[in-house]
Design a protein around this ligand. Structure first.
Ligand SMILES: [Zn+2]
Length: 477
């Protein structure tokens, strides 16, 4: 018998539940799921006849995590750009090789990214899909997202054409009509950037979004690319709306943050991305001061993982690092951290749900969609003692500790194994894409793209002299 057949009730027994309604922690608590919904949360729940039981004792039950910005189509190039800067990324994807991607390559990336997400307990991902240069590419992206049992939002974009062109094309409308059904498993946004040209050429794309009633997600506050001018143009033309998601928002003035706060938008912070690509300093410290809602994102697996544990960890580290550094510059000492572990867990769950306008996600409460993660790994020395569950999620846990994942009431991972996922097929697709791209680019360009030149570093003159300890045999082990 299949323990996870559709429609069968399920209860997660005796876990430490993080409902994400503040800092509340519910020890030894059950979560009952019927259909696609959380039916009850409490101790010693009576489960309906025939319910599947999952032992959650010693583990943490939390809402599925939500990533509000990931370029899923790039995932077949996992790790390729580990040493890139943003400039090298732009040259590779925007100018030189992004055009090579065929619909099947978008499909390969999206499929792998979608599987990677649910494996890591990321039950909803906004696919910032800016490689959709033809309707076939868009269909391939949607097909892939529909083939994996996670929840996704297709944020439609095309870096090879100005937004005013692709957004007003009849094929785009046709795609939305054909593929976006509003069933709650595949949402829709429009994804494009505002470059600050005073003639505001992006206006027609914003008008289409308004007409369709869909949110816009935009890379805003990216050093050298988008900045305060773009925000001001959006504001002056009335396109800063509550659903708008500003990605990075790392190189903006206080004035722009005020405009975002006043119009009800939210910021998607991609700390690992901002730290190594160079969009600007991860802005949580500034955003906090302006009272702007935050969600977290991983941007692209070309550099980083698709894992929100790292996003939470990096975000706490960057925020605290900045706080200490600024205090030290004034000869002061930070004695209390402003950003807390529970806050980044909130951003990774409820913050993401709010950003995409889904108040039925991001919390563990009766009536909410059953997107749930059980973090539990009895074989790991890091699984106990479980003293501070929020701290545990943010600093101790990792994707290998994700024991069980439910999306819309369906078990997609159990006992650390994906359920009903054809990983071999996803691997074969990704390998075909890599082979094709390598072939088109040629071995030399492929290698060069992955291994950018290292700038020379001048080693400083040292005023001290010392004996050469390296040749001193007494220091050898
Ligand atoms: Zn991005």
């Amino acid at each position: 018998m299949n323990d996870f057949e559709a429609g069968r009730p399920l209860v997660l027994r005796g876990g430490t539940v993080l409902p994400m309604d503040g800092r509340r922690v519910l020890p030894r608590t059950d979560v009952l799921v019927t259909g696609d919904t959380i039916a009850a949360v409490g101790p010693g729940l009576e489960a309906p006849e025939g319910a599947t039981e999952i032992d959650a004792t010693g583990g943490i039950v939390m809402p599925g995590m939500i990533d509000t910005h990931r370029h899923m189509w790039q995932t077949a190039l996992r790790g390729y750009g580990a040493d890139w800067t943003l400039t090298q990324y732009f040259v590779w994807f925007y100018l030189e090789h992004g055009k090579l991607f065929r619909p099947e390559d978008v499909h390969a990336g999206n499929t792998l990214a979608a599987i990677e997400a649910i494996d890591a307990g990321v039950t909803t991902v906004v696919d910032w899909s800016h490689g959709l240069r033809t309707p076939d590419h868009a269909d391939a992206a949607a097909d892939a997202l529909r083939s994996v049992p996670g929840r996704y939002v297709l944020a439609y974009g095309n870096i090879q054409q100005p937004p005013a062109e692709w957004a007003t094309a009849p094929e785009f409308r046709d795609f939305v009509r054909r593929r976006i059904t509003g069933d709650g498993m595949l949402g829709f946004q429009m994804a494009f950037d505002v470059l600050g040209d005073p003639s505001f050429p992006e206006q027609p794309a914003f008008e289409v979004a308004r007409d369709l009633g869909v949110a816009v997600t935009t890379h805003a506050g990216v050093w050298g690319a988008t900045g305060d001018d773009g925000i001001r143009l959006m504001y002056e033309h009335g396109f800063m709306t509550p659903g708008t998601v500003y990605v990075h928002a790392a190189s903006l003035s206080a004035d722009s943050y005020h405009r975002i706060a006043a119009t009800g938008g939210s910021i998607s912070v991609s700390t690992e991305s901002e730290q190594s690509a160079g969009q600007g300093y991860p802005p949580t410290w500034a955003v906090r001061a302006h009272g702007i809602p935050v969600s977290l994102s991983m941007d692209t697996s070309v550099w980083w993982s698709g894992d929100l544990f790292s996003a939470m960890r990096a975000t706490l580290g960057a925020d605290r690092s900045r706080e200490h550094l600024e205090a030290h510059a004034k000869s002061e000492t930070v004695t209390h951290c402003a950003l807390r572990a529970d806050q980044v867990v909130d951003w990774a769950t409820r913050g993401g749900a709010a950003a995409i306008g889904r108040d039925d996600l991001g919390t563990v409460a009766p009536g909410r969609k059953a997107d749930l993660v059980l973090i539990k790994n009895d074989a790991s020395p890091v699984s106990f003692p479980l003293l501070n569950p929020f701290g545990h999620v943010a600093f101790q846990a990792q994707r290998g500790d994700v024991h069980t994942v439910l999306v819309n009431g369906r078990v997609v991972k159990h006992e650390h194994r994906l359920v009903g996922i054809d990983l071999a097929a996803a691997r074969a697709e990704a390998e075909r894409t890599v082979e094709y791209l390598k072939g088109e680019m040629g071995e030399e360009a492929w290698e060069k793209g992955m291994n950018p030149d290292i700038p020379s570093t001048k080693v400083l003159d040292n005023p001290y002299t010392y004996t050469d300890y390296r040749s001193d045999s007494t220091h050898r082990l």
